[in-house]
Design a protein around this ligand. Structure first.
Ligand code: NAP
Ligand code: GCO
Length: 277
């Protein structure tokens, strides 16, 4: 019980966050670095890796970054081999890389469907497969998946994304089931609606300067009446990556300002003049 705060430290750990050049992935990596971990990250293009590296340098964080497509098993295996050679064995994996296509299901091609499933569901499978053998050998490891409100809910236009994020919830439980015996924990963060470039189109002001109807809708569904900030997710990420959560396994923890607890209010009752952002 003495010094229990030490259990939240990531000192000496190596954390790999996929797609961590900006947005939520960058926030997880910064939180890990501030908690003592060494950071490794990949992204889909050299431009993004350079952008991420510049951001880490600016923050005084030494990171190892490389281009690697999470849907390509050979690239992922090569990336992990490079990390093991240059940095060390991965202790923490965050399957953060994701894409969304907002297209009504009847207009969505099979190719578009497959792209979303590949990145959002098959990618986490491939990356987890690449780190699990070393974690089993070591007798410890943490895998954190990026779930979503769409792991629980559906809505118009996001069929592939919802199918992938629902599937990712079950992959989380299955990794826990298969590898919990090796002291490996696989949990998921389920962010609500967070203000990042991915959700920017849903928050854009209308041509007449009024709120986007989806912005109004989300605030009416969220007891906090605001969008999440990337900082809102950092504490849980550190907790799930640290020894403090060693007996938590197979869970999805939602950080959503209360959306999953609340039936929502009539959006027309909202007073936009009260909003500060
Ligand atoms: P994001 O802006 O889409 O960032 C994810 C990163 O992954 C981007 O740099 C992206 O590159 C990269 N990426 C895409 N495909 C890849 C691939 N095949 N291989 C490697 N990297 C790839 O996402 P975010 O908003 O920061 O969200 C991060 C994660 O949380 C996602 O899984 C998302 O679904 C999930 N999430 C987000 C929210 C939210 O409100 N923002 C809420 C719930 C869950 P590109 O920029 O080229 O696509
Ligand atoms: C959408 C959004 C969501 C969020 C997030 C919610 O179009 O409804 O983009 O899917 O990004 O995943 O948790």
């Amino acid at each position: 019980m003495q010094d229990f705060l030490k259990n939240f430290s990531l000192e000496g750990k190596i954390a790999w966050v996929t797609g961590a050049s900006y947005g939520l992935g960058l926030a997880y990596a910064v939180a890990f670095a501030q908690s003592g971990a060494k950071i490794v990250f990949n992204d889909i293009s050299k431009e993004l890796v350079d952008k991420g590296m510049a951001e880490y340098n600016k923050l005084g964080i030494e990171a190892f970054g490389a281009v690697c497509d999470v849907t390509k098993e050979d690239q992922v295996q090569e990336f992990v081999a490079q990390v093991e050679k240059n940095v060390g064995t991965i202790d923490i994996l965050v399957n953060n890389a994701g894409i969304i296509k907002r297209i009504p299901m009847l207009e969505m091609s099979v190719e578009q469907w497959n792209q979303v499933i590949d990145v959002d569901l098959t990618g986490p499978f491939i990356c987890s497969k690449a780190v699990l053998p070393a974690m089993i050998k070591k007798g410890s490891g943490k895998i954190i998946n990026a779930c979503s409100m769409m792991s629980e809910f559906g809505r118009e236009t996001v069929s592939a994304y919802a199918a992938a994020k629902g599937g990712l919830k079950m992959l989380t439980r299955n990794i826990c089931s298969e590898y919990g015996q090796y002291n490996i924990q696989c949990n998921a963060i389920g962010p609500g609606y967070i203000a990042t470039p991915q959700t920017a189109p849903l928050r854009e002001k209308q041509p007449d300067g009024s709120m986007h109807p989806f912005d109004r809708f989300i605030r009416s569904k969220t007891p906090a009446q605001r969008w999440g900030k990337t900082e809102d997710l950092m504490g849980l990420a550190v907790f799930l990556a640290s020894p403090a959560s060693d007996f938590i396994n197979g869970q999805v923890v939602y950080i959503d300002g209360g959306i999953t607890a609340y039936i929502g209010q009539d959006p027309s009752n909202l007073d936009p003049s009260k909003f500060e952002d």
